[in-house]
Design a protein around this ligand. Structure first.
Ligand SMILES: *Cc1c(COP(=O)(O)O)cnc(C)c1O
Length: 396
């Protein structure tokens, strides 16, 4: 946060328009230009955007949605909200959903797959997009809603809460699959305090402008006109076409996002990459350190969180290492406790033993801080605290 953001927010506050209006529309256009998606709809959060799109696709009781076991609760909770069944699948060593596990989990009830780009590392979208179009998989699909009849296959709804700015084959996250949802929550790479966006890239013959209008209504109580349109001459009369949600973004939020986006690629991501490089080079000399992949021949991370793993360590030892790190006045975190380990999902009958890679990743993981204002000196303090703590607990 700095004076530019303060000025942009103050400009909105005094502009005469504080809720969804010109700044939100401008932010949407600039997000489409950045991500490369056909059209973008800003919403109040990624959770709202994911649920909106599950509802749009007609997901309901009796349907199944495939979700990685290793993610934040939002990805799965929205499926529960729709009354559908969450089908957790295991992940790979790169923390992302495993293609093999997806393939085994598909049934005639599967309506949606929700890959998550954990820590900003894009999933293998070529394989996932090809899988849902395989004749034998497409054959299983049972279309029920109008949208399902048009697509006539499993929808790929990507949770890109971490990965705006990530790249796959030189294309940005946002235009890698049918629908992608960004989060602009305060802890994410690009923030509007709370907020999110739905990026659409549906195949022919879907009409993106028509879907955008439908989603606008769906995210605003099913109103045929938003508050701004109603202020136009003769525009007072509107209709309610469905019992929609209240998921719209305000211009106050969008004004923060406009400044963030203007310096995201050229400044914020540059700094995040420097921090990743600094951690990676510091830890690469230690046998006990497993450094995450964040750049490859066909992928680039958005450098969201640095998921360090300690080799050959138990969950209890990892917890001890974290306590040691905190005692050195460095705050670290764990992303994420796999959802089958959470009380609600455990009580629903999911068992972590069915997701061995998710558990292994989690049990050895420590997320190191990555944020724009983290200085090189602070990053070095983090590295020293981690080294000393690992030394103390496992004596290497
Ligand atoms: C933060 C997060 C979300 C939810 O984002 P909100 O904008 O807070 O709703 C969803 N999925 C993942 C993986 C997240 O980390």
């Amino acid at each position: 946060m700095d004076q530019r953001i303060v000025d942009e927010v103050v400009d909105t506050l005094y502009s005469g328009w504080i809720t969804t209006g010109p700044k939100t529309k401008k932010f949407e256009k600039l997000l489409s230009a950045y991500g490369g998606q056909r059209i973008t709809l800003c919403v109040s959060s990624a959770s709202a955007g994911l649920e909106l799109m599950l509802r749009w696709y007609g997901v309901k009781a009796g349907d199944e949605v495939i979700v990685p076991a290793y993610t934040y609760s939002a990805t799965a909770n929205v499926v529960v909200h729709c009354g559908a069944k969450v089908v957790f699948v295991d992940v790979g060593a790169d923390f992302n959903i495993s293609l093999e596990s997806i393939e085994k989990a598909i049934t005639p009830r599967t309506k949606v797959i929700m890959p998550v780009d954990i820590a900003g590392w894009p999933c293998d979208y070529d394989s996932i997009n090809a899988l849902v179009k395989k004749p034998e998989i497409q054959h299983l699909f049972q279309a029920e809603s109008k949208e399902q009849h048009i697509l006539n296959r499993i929808l790929v709804l990507s949770d890109a809460a971490h990965s705006i700015g990530g790249q796959y084959h030189g294309k940005r996250v946002g235009n890698l699959t049918d629908i992608t949802v960004y989060s602009f929550h305060a802890v994410k790479n690009l923030t509007t305090a709370e907020g999110g966006a739905v990026c659409l890239n549906l195949p022919e013959p879907f009409d993106h402008d028509a879907i955008y209008r439908a989603l606008n209504a769906k995210s605003l109580h099913g109103q045929t006109k938003d508050a701004l349109a109603k202020t136009q001459v003769g525009g007072w009369r509107y209709d309610i076409i469905e019992p929609g949600y209240k998921f719209n973004m305000t211009d106050i939020q969008a004004s923060i996002g406009l400044v963030e986006l203007s310096r995201y690629e050229g400044d914020m991501l540059v700094r995040r990459k420097q921090i990743f490089d600094r951690y990676a080079s510091a830890f690469s000399s230690y046998k006990w350190a497993q450094v995450p992949e964040y750049e490859s021949h066909n992928k680039r991370s958005s450098y969201h969180v640095f998921l360090l793993r300690i080799r050959g360590i138990s969950e209890a030892q990892r917890d001890q290492v974290i306590r040691e790190i905190f005692s050195r006045e460095v705050a670290v975190n764990v992303h994420f406790v796999p959802l089958p380990m959470m009380t609600y999902y455990r009580n629903e009958g999911y068992q972590i033993k069915d997701y061995p890679v998710a558990y292994d990743n989690f049990s050895r993981e420590i997320s190191l801080p990555v944020y724009y204002d983290l200085t090189d000196e602070m990053a070095d303090t983090v590295v020293e605290a981690v080294e000393a703590s690992v030394m103390t607990i496992i004596g290497v």
